[in-house]
Design a protein around this ligand. Structure first.
Ligand code: FPP
Length: 226
């Protein structure tokens, strides 16, 4: 039997290198990367099995980048989400975020909140953007929540207290050839299949995604069994 793919997660890496290789400013890579986000999201919305798509859009470490690049990414996010609202509605996509967004400008927070509210009844696909997200931070906050509620600390209570009480990840893809998790969904990736492709994110296509999904579907998932 082929594996079912319900929850796909992607570390979208390589925007900067893509731009630099072409003599552009790094921000050009992010701009083209946002278009790829659109294509991949629409593809996933059309696949009946895929219910969630979690994308690493901004990590807690990304604040270390030059201020100009951080500002550009914030503006791009704001622009992308505002522009995507029609697409979210047309394709039945629910928009969600994980991570601590309280640090973002009130304008961006408002856009995120309004988009979440607008799309909350859509049910083809949930697109979850990880924003100012770090997995260790998420786990620590979840354990604190469980302890302060007086519940027993166990796998179920922690899973439910995470920012992502959606489902475990089935497949995680990282682009650009780097082979590490970079503090992304450490708890939820426990039994995920991992796929690392050398393709830089702005060059990533739905055709390559299809090939990767095909590879995943034929893998032997054991979940610790034999
Ligand atoms: C990694 O490339 C990418 C990011 C840190 C940001 C991801 C952002 C996008 C894909 C575009 C905007 C997103 C949305 C949702 C609109 P990098 O800059 O680390 O590349 P490098 O490793 O080659 O320097």
């Amino acid at each position: 039997m082929k594996n079912r793919l319900e929850h796909l997660a992607i570390i979208m890496d390589g925007n900067g290198r893509w731009a630099q290789e072409r003599g552009y400013n790094r921000t050009k890579g992010h701009e083209v990367g946002a278009e790829v986000v659109r294509d991949i999201t629409q593809y996933c919305a059309k696949e009946p099995d895929i219910k969630s798509l979690t994308l690493y859009a901004f990590s807690t470490e990304n604040w270390k980048r030059p201020k100009m690049e951080v500002n550009y990414l914030m503006k791009l996010l704001e622009r992308y989400i505002t522009k995507e609202r029609d697409t979210y509605m047309a394709h039945g996509i629910k928009f969600e975020t994980i991570g601590d967004i309280s640090i973002f400008s009130s304008k961006l927070q408002k856009t995120l909140k309004e988009t979440r509210e607008l799309t909350k009844h859509n049910n083809n696909l949930t697109q979850i953007l990880a924003l100012n997200y770090g997995s260790r931070d998420e786990i620590v906050r979840a354990v604190k929540k469980v302890v302060s509620s007086g519940k027993e600390v166990d796998e179920e209570s922690i899973s439910k207290a995470l920012d992502t009480p959606y489902s475990d990840i089935d497949l995680m893809i990282r682009t650009s050839g780097e082979q590490r998790l970079s503090n992304f969904l450490l708890w939820q990736l426990s039994y995920a299949e991992l796929y690392f492709t050398p393709t830089l994110w702005p060059d990533f296509t739905t055709e390559e995604l299809e090939q990767i999904i095909d590879d995943y579907k034929n893998r032997n998932r054991k979940f610790g069994g034999i």
